[in-house]
Write a protein that binds this ligand. Structure first.
Ligand code: ADP
Length: 360
């Protein structure tokens, strides 16, 4: 085999297949044969057990290693993003609050006519805050956040994606309310089929749709968020399940200004005039939120680079002697940090939004 990397880049040992998915896990946790599992896996399974000390039905036939992977690598107990960290996107925030956060907080009110959709699609150029929105939803709704990149299911978990998907939904079920965020969902639910499509990726897709169907009808408190920058690749079945489809566009000039101020203020580096900000905003048309972050990072190096040019040694540099970040720093960084989204790409999103997007 080859070394695998987890979502956070750490080593994930290949899954042992020692027949560990037969029989009751619980007996193995507490007693006979329990030695087959390492302490971390045992601890993880114990945390998922109900008050009776039994592992929930849904998890009993799953491989302990996969459950552990979901719990430790995919699940994020503290997503740590709030609405206030996200610039602009007022429309998306408003829709999401009504559609997703309220129902997660008050399931008793949101039934019958008011029962919410369980699938949300966030589409738009890369680096515009789709993942941030997913995390903020979980944070605001006090839900457990699960993040998985769909391409890792097909690339890293070859042949095991299906089992991992089952483990993912199984653990989410035990950790309600839950938000499952599937990045690059197009690579999982794409409409390209037949010849090139392997049997295994078709099974993976089917498994995924089955899991979604499962909680769609029930009273589960699970929300699935798919994110993509290739919405046109999604097929009809995927669109049908992701009932709400929100366009997450590039940041407006105001939002770009906000990002600059917010990032610099956090570090106590903000010293630009209103006019400076306006100039920068005019020069950054077409930059994504992530491009803006890179720009600010680069510009904030300006004072440091200048001190070095003047011969100061890094070890002797006094923080107090460093000058503030200026408009000129931004102007030279603009040569280095270019926008990552092309204009022609934007047209594609607009077209898809007009055809399939939710307006409210
Ligand atoms: P996406 O999921 O749309 O590709 P992310 O949510 O991962 O993009 O954003 C990447 C980074 O770019 C964020 O961590 C944040 O620093 C910055 N960013 C992007 N959009 C925004 C935004 N609207 N407000 C503030 N920061 C943003």
């Amino acid at each position: 085999g080859f070394p695998r990397r987890g979502i956070r880049g750490n080593f994930v040992p290949p899954i042992r297949s020692n027949g560990s998915n037969t029989g009751h896990l619980t007996s193995r946790i507490s007693g006979k044969g329990g030695d087959a599992l390492d302490d971390m896996t045992k601890k993880c399974l114990e945390l998922l057990c109900g008050p009776d000390g039994e592992l929930p039905e849904k998890l009993r036939n799953l491989e302990p290693r996969l459950i552990e992977h979901v719990s430790n690598e995919i699940m994020d107990r503290d997503p740590n993003v709030r609405w206030n960290d996200i610039a602009g996107l007022e429309h998306a925030k408003k829709c999401v609050t009504e559609m997703v956060i309220w129902p997660l907080l008050r399931p008793d009110i949101f039934k019958g006519c008011r029962s919410p959709g369980r699938g949300l699609l966030l589409f738009g150029p890369p680096g515009t805050g789709k993942t941030m929105i997913g995390k903020a939803i979980a944070g605001e709704a006090k839900a457990t956040f699960f993040y998985i990149s769909a391409s890792s299911l097909t690339s890293k978990w070859i042949g095991e994606g299906e089992k991992l998907v089952r483990a993912l939904f199984g653990v989410a079920c035990c950790r309600q309310p839950a938000v499952i965020f599937v990045d690059e969902i197009d690579s999982l639910l794409s409409q390209r089929k037949s010849e090139g499509e392997h049997e295994s990726s078709r099974r993976l897709k089917t498994q995924f749709l089955i899991e979604m169907e499962g909680f769609d009808s029930g009273s589960e408190q699970i929300l699935l968020i798919g994110a993509t920058n290739r919405p046109q690749e999604l097929d009809e079945a995927a669109r049908r399940r992701l009932t709400k489809r929100l366009y997450i566009p590039l940041p407006s000039a105001d939002a770009r200004a906000w990002i600059i101020r917010n990032l610099l203020e956090k570090d106590g580096l903000f010293n630009l005039s209103k006019e400076d900000i306006t100039v920068i905003c005019n020069l950054t048309e077409g930059y994504s939120g992530s491009d803006m972050k890179n720009l600010v990072k680069d510009a904030s190096m300006g004072p440091l680079r200048e001190a070095m040019r003047q011969g100061t040694e890094i070890t002797k540099l006094q923080k107090e002697d460093m000058r503030a970040v200026t408009l000129q720093d931004f102007e030279s960084s603009l040569q280095e940090v270019r926008p990552s989204v092309s204009l022609s790409e934007l047209g594609t999103y607009e077209v898809w939004n007009n055809q399939f997007g939710s307006l409210s």
